[in-house]
Design a protein around this ligand. Structure first.
Ligand code: AMP
Ligand code: GLY
Length: 411
């Protein structure tokens, strides 16, 4: 069977790495990256994705990033009877527009932060005054993780207003622990993936501006069974039913004292979350993806290894702001010799071998029999890698350790 994966980041490398373990699968990625090149064929993005899928004879296409989904790639494939995992253009608006998503939550009684939408700074200021501080300001459209500001006072709110353009969502600040809850959906049935936690801020202790994600871990103890049920019943099932949602529905949740509340929906797998997810998944993922594309998920179940997994992202100097590229990367083989898996995100081949080409460069991922061991193994890999100006967080997974130490996390 031939599978085409669209995308070029750590998420797509992890997915291709997992699918490559399935017997009888031939892998293609578009555009792919040097990590994926070792596992299958990387196809340049010339022509439409449908043309590429037809040219490589793909039996199944899996979409990584949101942009092609929002542009309607799934509708195009379905019109030609080609199997694809992802939501249609209509459902992709749940990620493509924060305002669309907020009204959807309101209509379907899906728990979320109280909000108003505004289209000019004067209305924004009035709304901010009403909510009090801290308050959250969000751009409506896709912003690669950079369209959300938590303002602690009016000078921060003014700074956010100076950056944000167009219509905005102003919303209530929620406190609690954040969880990434991702479910594979086929329009009626749902297979939840294991829960993960991302680390969005660039510096340790959640300091500094938000990034696309500086690391994540996957551990079944992130959510209790009761909490999982509640998220399924209040958030995931109502959405799948309302939208006949297909593909990966990713609810970014705040676990508040009043139960789970949705911060945002994404309509794809998370990055870096997919890296620890693929590392920890015990089942063959290919039958589940095929079933999702064919509307047959009802009998599918995914098994997970008992031990947790951890991914530490290594980033370019300056990220999430502007950053240089072309820095030579050393030590990937040595890192893998420690037992960690190094997923490529922003890498390319240069004159001196592997070099940086993006903000998030590598995702060093490992599993262990407990969380502390998984963390140690991931950082043992990290310590082998060098490129000029690199930075990474030293506290990935620490929130999870607190859970085992008996102290309460969040709220
Ligand atoms: P979003 O892109 O909507 O998930 O927002 C990015 C990040 O901003 C989230 O992961 C949270 O850390 C934070 N955030 C968003 N909305 C809220 C909220 N209502 N209360 C507190 N933090 C929030
Ligand atoms: N890690 C957050 C995201 O994928 O949107």
């Amino acid at each position: 069977m031939r599978i085409l994966v669209l995308g070029s980041g750590g998420r797509e490398h992890a997915l291709v790495w997992k699918l490559a373990q399935s017997p009888g699968v031939e892998l293609f990625s578009c555009p792919g990256n040097p990590g994926m090149q070792a596992l299958g064929k990387c196809v340049p993005p010339a022509g439409s994705y449908l043309e590429i899928a037809e040219a490589v004879g793909a039996d199944l296409t899996v979409v990584g990033p949101e942009a092609p989904l929002v542009a309607g790639v799934v509708d195009e494939f379905r019109a030609r009877g080609k199997r694809i995992v992802g939501p249609d253009r209509n459902a992709a608006q749940l990620e493509g527009s924060k305002i669309y998503a907020k009204y959807f939550f309101e209509q379907r009684n899906i728990p979320t932060a109280a909000f108003v939408t505004v289209d000019n700074p004067a209305d924004a200021r009035r709304a901010i005054e009403r909510f009090g501080f801290p308050v959250v300001l969000k751009a409506d459209g896709l912003a690669a993780g950079k369209g959300v500001f938590v303002a602690q006072d009016s000078s921060q709110a003014e700074a956010a207003l100076a950056t944000l353009q167009g219509r905005l969502v102003i919303e209530e600040f929620l406190s609690g622990e954040e969880v990434s809850f991702i479910a594979l959906c086929d329009g009626k049935d749902v297979v939840p993936l294991a829960p993960t936690q991302d680390h969005k801020a660039v510096f340790d202790d959640d300091k500094g501006p938000n990034t696309g994600g500086m690391g994540a871990y996957c551990d079944s103890s992130i959510l209790s069974e009761v909490q999982t049920r509640e998220v399924l019943n209040r958030v995931i099932y109502p959405t799948v039913e309302a939208m006949r949602f297909t593909g990966f529905l990713y609810a970014g949740l705040m676990m508040t004292a009043g139960g789970p509340k949705v911060l945002e929906f994404n309509v794809r797998l998370g990055d870096p979350e997919t890296q620890p997810l693929m590392h920890r998944m015990a089942s063959d993922f290919v039958p589940a993806l095929m079933a999702a594309a064919e509307g047959n998920l009802a009998s599918v179940k995914l098994e997970w290894r008992t031990g947790p997994s951890v991914c530490v992202v290594m980033a370019s100097p300056g990220y999430p702001g502007s950053y240089p590229t072309g820095r030579t990367i050393h030590g990937v083989e040595a890192a893998e010799a420690t037992g960690a898996k190094v997923f490529h995100a922003g890498t390319r081949f240069g004159p001196e071998g592997l070099e940086t080409s993006g903000g998030r460069v590598l995702g060093v991922t490992a599993s262990g029999s407990n969380l502390a061991e998984a963390i140690d193994r991931a950082y043992a890999g990290v310590r082998e890698i060098r490129f000029e100006g690199m930075h990474y967080r030293r506290d990935i997974g620490r929130k999870g350790l607190q859970r085992y130490n008996g102290s309460t996390v969040g709220t």
